[in-house]
Write a protein that binds this ligand. Structure first.
Ligand code: BGC
Length: 751
């Protein structure tokens, strides 16, 4: 692992040997050793080695050749210059895996045979693992696939903050919390780029809703922008050395994000030192000169003659009319060339990695991520893990037991040969002596005529039909009646949770609420498994059901991983990456009536996004951020810090011992939240500042040290436009969710 450093908790840095990307993806050893070590992931910077060569190449190029490199010449490439040995820059969509090949000039699939890929868990699944090592595994694994498919850029990861539970892309994004976000984004990007594939971190930035995304003007005050919406992007640049960013569709403070001088030139490049390229979202460009001068490098888009793009003929005309200098154009061409060299598609091309596609090792990576992501919400009657030796029959109910999610909805999916459904997973994992009584239960149906409404706003998303089919209901009830136990696979799917539209409400779709209630009437031993990427209103179900599990659009091996959790081969260790509200109006964007706006949306909750709002305003969520239980129990000992007082450059060690008091090995996430009781600025009641996920054998204990650099305590001071650590007292609260604090310790930061 050339670029991944492990620092022992209290000792000097230790640099390990070879590049991890070269080896098999068996990360078991590292995951274990990571328990008491601090991991620092650092990416390889954009190469500057070929700058002279690049200058000479650009000097030989015509204006047409230069602009060719600045806009799409097909759906997912920009032009090369053959006579100078410059290849096309080739891109593919992520984040669920490498998208199938589509035609050069339309969205139609190419229909070839060698583009089957691994379907990896969606962003929400990865974040529910709370395991940066698995984010690295994901990045590294999908990077190998992208390289094998000859891609220079993977349009991934997607890391916008989850501002509203209704967000259509919540399933694709990681979390509502900026700290968890960056701790996952960085290793993902490092792992990906180790395979000679550039990450394209999206969508930069302040793109937190699908409604009106093409034009809505997002207004965020500077402090929340810096503290909530930008940290993961900044870490992507400064820690992971991401080679590209995707400019978002919407406007920010009056300017489209692909022509936003403040965001692209001032923040991204001048402040953060970004040396990569900014690629537009597809058809997100609105000008030629302005976008280029504001920091955009490449315009990508949807079908129209490619020369008609803003950075095509129009840019040539502008240059000829003296409206933009050729020097300015050269600057962007050079950036693009540096990325081609950085991924070894130019220069040392023989050193370029080869990659591999849809291998068993990659399916195993997908499995590992999925199996750590499943969240056990409730197990009041100890129905789980299933007592398979006593079970004679089990009802498997619900369309989601067989629904596949690699493809679906609007936006990128993965063409895969393997997607194990929950029903198949259960068949694989249950002893053959257990009789499975399957019933579809509810139908996935959408209205052809109805439009969804959120207040006065008409939404563009699918409207579900919520009446149950009576025959299907009857079948489900019969199956439950004749079985020892029933499991209902409910939730949503990628047709309902989808890019380009937000949901209108949190209601369970397709009549699931009624189905669950009717099944529970005939079989009290009913387990509800939700499969969804975003929160749903499960308040009523939560009151009635003794057993609740949450799973995600969880990749090629999702069904096997889920079944392994249900039968007890895997002890669940997933934790919610967002707050599950009791009701939509409790969520900050909705409580402040500031979603979705029309021409404009102003983020009125400021810094109080997600649990920061719930905890500061004392609103009880249904399930808090960071929540998830296990088949075993963990006890936390007294929480200590290694010192009472720290200077600005110090690192605080927060120490606790966790004991596994049950009889099953398991993993627990030790979460460290900080609060500043007296402050001259507004503060959230709690902010996540560190976490660690140790594996602890049954009956044994582990001392866990979480390191918090004092600089992590800084707030963004809008007056001086800089980060400031306020001196004084801070309280560190340690627990296993934002609401279940097991102990705390106070320390002082000296002047
Ligand atoms: C999405 C991007 C995606 C691009 C290309 C856009 O609609 O917002 O995330 O990468 O399409 O498919």
């Amino acid at each position: 692992m050339k670029y991944k450093f492990l620092y022992t908790a209290l000792a000097l840095p230790l640099l390990f040997g070879s590049c991890k990307g070269d080896q098999s993806n068996d990360t078991g050893a590292d995951q274990k050793s990571a328990a008491n070590k601090e991991e620092i992931y650092k990416g390889i910077p954009v190469t500057q080695k070929y700058n002279e060569k690049i200058d000479s190449l650009v000097a030989q190029m015509t204006l047409e050749e230069k602009t060719g490199m600045l806009h799409g010449n097909s759906m997912f490439t920009t032009a090369g210059v053959e006579r100078l040995g410059i290849p096309e820059l080739k891109m593919a969509d992520g984040p669920l895996g490498v998208r199938e090949e589509i035609s050069r000039d339309s969205w139609a699939p190419l229909g070839i045979d060698d583009d089957y890929a691994t379907y990896y868990p969606a962003g929400s699944g990865v974040s529910a693992t709370w395991n940066p090592e698995l984010a690295y595994t994901f990045g590294n694994s999908v990077g190998q696939e992208a390289r094998a498919r000859d891609k220079d850029v993977l349009l991934s990861p997607a890391i916008n903050i989850i501002r509203t539970p209704l967000g259509g892309r919540t399933y694709e994004y990681f979390t509502e919390d900026p700290f968890l976000n960056k701790k996952l984004a960085v290793p993902f990007i490092v792992g990906l780029q180790e395979n000679d594939v550039a990450a394209c971190v999206k969508h930069f930035a302040a793109n937190n809703q699908e409604t009106h995304r093409d034009y809505v003007n997002v207004k965020i005050a500077e402090r929340p922008l810096r503290e909530i919406y930008l940290p993961a992007f900044k870490a992507a640049v400064q820690e992971a050395n991401a080679y590209s960013m995707m400019g978002a569709y919407n406007k920010f403070r009056g300017e489209y994000l692909c022509e936003n001088d403040y965001m692209l030139n001032q923040v991204l490049r001048d402040e953060w030192g970004f040396e990569g390229i900014v690629i537009s979202d597809w058809a997100a460009v609105h000008s030629s000169v302005k976008s280029l001068e504001s920091g955009l490098d490449i315009e990508m888009g949807t079908p129209k003659p490619f020369n008609e793009f803003f950075l095509g003929d129009k840019l040539i005309e502008a240059a000829k009319a003296g409206k933009i200098s050729e020097e300015e154009i050269d600057k962007h061409v050079k950036r693009s060339l540096r990325i081609l060299y950085s991924v070894n598609s130019m220069g040392d091309t023989t050193a370029q990695k080869k990659g591999s596609l849809a291998t068993e090792a990659h399916f195993k990576d997908a499995y590992k991520i999925a199996s750590e992501s499943v969240v056990l919400l409730k197990n009041d009657e100890s129905l789980l893990p299933l007592k398979t030796d006593e079970l004679k029959s089990i009802a498997i109910i619900g369309n989601n037991a067989t629904k596949k999610n690699a493809l679906g909805g609007f936006g990128a999916g993965v063409k895969t040969k393997r997607e194990v459904t929950p029903l198949e997973g259960m068949k694989n994992k249950l002893p053959s002596s257990v009789k499975i009584n399957y019933a579809e239960g509810y139908l996935e149906r959408y209205s052809k005529t109805e439009k969804a409404k959120l207040g006065d706003v008409t939404l563009s998303g699918p409207v579900t039909i919520n009446e149950l089919d009576q025959d299907k209901l009857k079948e489900a009830v019969e199956a439950a009646k004749k079985s020892d136990i029933a499991i209902i696979f409910a939730g949503s799917n990628r047709d309902y949770e989808t890019e380009a539209s937000d949901r209108a409400n949190l209601d369970l779709p397709f009549g699931q609420q009624k189905l669950i209630e009717e099944v529970m009437k005939v079989n009290p031993k009913t387990i509800v498994v939700m499969i969804a990427g975003a929160p749903f209103d499960i308040q009523e179900i939560n009151k009635k059901a003794s057993t609740l599990v949450w799973s995600w659009f969880n990749g090629s091996e999702g069904g096997n991983a889920l079944a392994d959790v249900l039968v007890g081969n895997v002890n669940p260790s997933g934790k919610l990456p967002w707050t599950m509200p009791k009701s939509l109006k409790d969520s900050p964007a909705h409580a402040t009536n500031s979603f979705p706006g029309d021409q404009e949306v102003s983020y009125e909750e400021g810094i109080l996004v997600g649990y920061r709002w719930f905890d500061t305003k004392n609103i009880a969520p249904l399930y808090p951020f960071g929540y998830g239980i296990s088949y075993t129990d963990f006890e936390f000992s007294e929480v200590k810090a290694d010192k009472d007082s720290y200077g600005l450059n110090d690192t605080i060690q927060i120490i606790t011992t966790v004991k596994n008091t049950g009889d099953m090995d398991g993993k627990e996430v030790v979460q460290v939240y900080v609060s500043k009781p007296e402050s001259k600025v507004e503060r959230a009641a709690k902010e996540l500042k560190g976490f660690k996920k140790p594996e602890i054998a049954a009956g044994s204990s582990k001392t866990v040290t979480v390191q918090v650099p004092v600089k992590e305590l800084a707030y963004y001071d809008v007056t001086s436009k800089s980060w400031k650590v306020e001196p004084g007292k801070y309280t560190f609260k340690v627990g296993n969710s934002s609401r279940n604090i097991k102990g705390e310790v106070s320390i002082t930061i000296s002047e």
